[in-house]
Ligand binder design. Structure first.
Ligand code: PRX
Length: 654
């Protein structure tokens, strides 16, 4: 297993303050424990009660019908609801139309927009009508390729309103990534923007990328183009439509479609251990409920709180905790177009002061990059509005946890380190801010209804505490993905084969002597770079597209800011000579094929790779070399050519 050693646990050292506990939805560990026990004892009863927080057009016949042996997962069958109604209409109908739904903070600090639930309601209905007019029907797939602009929320909710299945593709993805994702789910329509703005980049070619892709995406009929920057972009008559014009010229009334609880809500692609990303499919009722319930308890959300999740909507965190969860809970959310270091390293803290943010949810990688710039940046701003901090995406280590706690939270804000995955739809292991004593680096305890278990490589469950192994889930929860779009067998093989009857997360963990969970890293071929999931096979495939490359192998190694960074070993074709030029070109190739986030930090040209006699690359050895653990390479006797290792060690890139 590829597990970093977990640290020795300190005693639970950060108890929730009285101020955090007194008004919290769950205000003590004993209350959490009682509710947790209850949620396991009567799982269906627990979720039925929670489901009352949503509006149902028709009540469900059966709460759950899940069988991990047959890999069949269904929640709230027979129930009917609409996600956009739950996120928007009902708040307006209940008299909260004037509440701000979205505070949009542009890349340029001078640009801010506030959108009330009433305005959002109108925009969503107009957009839903515009989509319908362009031929989109219930069940059709719509690709959303946007930056962090309010239209992202409108587009998502408009799809949900008419029962179209959205597939958001992260705005930094290249045209090639866009092509494979659009084709995999046969999208009929793309929603994009002219160009994007992010940090110092003023003209990110969004529409131009779509234009590059569209020759190779035969199912696409229409392209909506949001005017964001006003840059001139090509518009093809009959196919390309200006978003604002389409919305202005349509009716502001559109009845929400009654969707079955199990109807798909969206597809979101995530990396897998083969080169092809998986289309993770989430279902309407269970997903929405799970996002809403977890947002309520984990962020202890109360009406009036200003809540900021810095994640991009292109990832699952943005789906669940910027759009669906908070809007279902009538929250006021901050949506931020920019980056933490533009115009300077004080930007996050300036936004918190400006909008009086109460709850702040970000990634450890962002904290590390800001921590290294010193305390003078946060110290310039008034952060006294903050009452709760959160992290997601990768393990948080003690230095940045402590910095977050002391310098940002001034010692009084609980930190929720939330562990979950694209596949889980919402948070599964997490502290509850008014209840759970925290240990820096541990995601602590399971959320209500969640049954984590620890397995040995041989498939035996490890009971009791202080055990290490593979993290699995022994039962379903409403937010669980239902299938890999178009490839159910891949769903079965990836998640249910290794430990039959259990969902395998792909993560290793340690359940410490107090029963707290510490995620120790991936045990498969996925690397988490700056909190983003990247498959080694995808990067290897992209490198392999360079003409000079014969073969490549990619591993992760610890990196101060990114958490883990990519180290690539590349063998060139015979006759090709390694050079800085080829190194640059390979890097560019990866950026072009996958996007900048997947580019290797280090690239070593190698005459050969360490392979077993059957030809399997021994990544364990490559990992050790990348990590500079040269005294600890392990058994290399099974290699076809053990001499390869020596030459790899001598050519190691520092
Ligand atoms: O390895 C775990 C890590 O991120 C993986 C899921 O990545 P993704 O599907 O992109 O979703 C990220 C946002 C939910 C997990 O399998 N991970 C996520 N959160 C944590 C984490 N590792 C440690 N601690 C966390 N809090």
């Amino acid at each position: 297993m590829n597990n970093a050693a977990a640290p020795t646990p300190p005693a639970p050292s950060y108890k929730p303050t009285d101020a955090a506990s007194v008004s919290a939805h769950v205000s003590s560990l004993s209350q959490y424990s009682a509710l947790y026990e209850e949620s396991l004892r009567d799982n269906d009863g627990f979720w039925a009660k929670q489901a009352e927080r949503l509006d149902w057009i028709k009540k469900w016949d059966k709460v759950s019908d899940c069988n991990f042996n047959e890999v069949s997962i269904r929640w709230f069958q027979g129930g009917k609801l609409n996600a956009s109604h739950n996120c928007v209409d009902r708040h307006v109908q209940n008299g909260h139309g004037d509440v701000t739904a979205i505070i949009w903070e542009g890349n340029d600090p001078a640009q801010t927009r506030k959108i009330s639930y009433r305005e959002l309601h109108e925009q969503v209905q107009r957009a839903a009508n515009a989509l319908k007019a362009s031929g989109v029907q219930k069940g059709d797939r719509v690709c959303i390729y946007l930056q962090m602009i309010p239209e992202m929320a409108v587009a998502i909710l408009a799809c949900a309103r008419i029962g179209a299945v959205h597939s958001v593709v992260f705005g930094a993805f290249s045209a090639e990534s866009l092509i494979s994702r659009i084709n995999d789910s046969s999208c009929k329509v793309i929603i994009t923007q002219d160009t994007g703005v992010r940090g110092t980049k003023q003209d990110i070619p969004m529409k131009a990328n779509v234009d590059k892709a569209i020759g190779q995406t035969p199912t696409v009929e229409k392209v909506f183009v949001v005017r964001r920057t006003g840059s001139i972009v090509e518009m093809k008559e009959g196919r390309d439509i200006v978003w604002q014009t389409a919305l202005d010229s349509t009716s502001p009334h559109c009845e929400p479609e009654a969707m079955d609880a199990e109807d798909p809500l969206f597809i979101l692609y995530t990396s897998g251990s083969t080169g092809k990303p998986k289309g993770v499919l989430h279902a309407t009722g269970g997903y929405l409920l799970y996002a809403s319930v977890t947002h309520h308890y984990v962020f202890d959300y109360k009406p009036g709180d200003v809540y900021w999740c810095t994640a991009d909507v292109g990832w699952i965190t943005g789906h669940s905790y910027l759009i669906y969860g908070p809007l279902a809970n009538r929250a006021t959310v901050v949506m931020f177009e920019g980056v933490p270091n533009f115009p300077d390293y004080g930007r996050f803290w300036q936004v918190i002061e400006k909008h009086k943010v109460n709850i702040f949810y970000t990634a450890p990688t962002a904290l590390r990059s800001l921590m290294k710039e010193g305390d003078a940046w946060p110290d310039q701003y008034n952060l006294s509005s903050l009452r709760l901090l959160g992290t997601v995406g990768e393990p948080i280590k003690s230095p940045e946890w402590t910095w977050y706690h002391k310098v940002i939270g001034k010692g009084h804000c609980p930190i929720v380190d939330t562990w979950w995955q694209t596949e889980t739809g919402g948070i599964l292991i997490t502290p509850l801010p008014g209840a759970t004593p925290t240990k820096p680096g541990s995601a602590t305890l399971p959320f209500f209804g969640i049954r984590p278990a620890v397995m040995t490589d041989q498939g035996e469950e490890l009971h009791g505490n202080d055990v290490r192994g593979c993290l699995v889930l022994s039962g379903s929860w409403p937010g669980q993905m239902r299938t890999v779009y178009g490839d159910h067998q891949r769903f079965v093989d990836t998640y249910f084969k290794r430990f039959p009857g259990k969902y395998f997360t792909g993560d290793g963990c340690w359940r410490d002597p107090d029963g707290y969970y510490w995620i120790t890293g991936r045990v498969d071929d996925i690397i988490i770079v700056s909190g983003h999931n990247i498959g080694t096979a995808e990067v290897e495939g992209a490198i392999g597209q360079h003409n000079s490359v014969a073969e490549a192998a990619v591993v992760g190694y610890p990196h101060d800011i990114k958490g883990t960074a990519i180290y690539a070993y590349v063998t060139l074709k015979t006759g090709q000579v390694a050079s800085d030029q080829i190194r640059k070109e390979i890097n560019l190739k990866v950026r072009e094929v996958l996007g900048p986030h997947a580019a290797p930090e280090k690239l070593q040209f190698a005459d050969g790779l360490p392979k077993t006699r059957s030809g399997k690359i021994m990544r364990r050895i490559l990992r050790k070399i990348a990590e500079n653990e040269l005294d600890n390479l392990g058994d290399i006797s099974t290699l076809a050519e053990p001499a390869v290792v020596e030459s790899l060690v001598s050519g190691r890139v520092n």
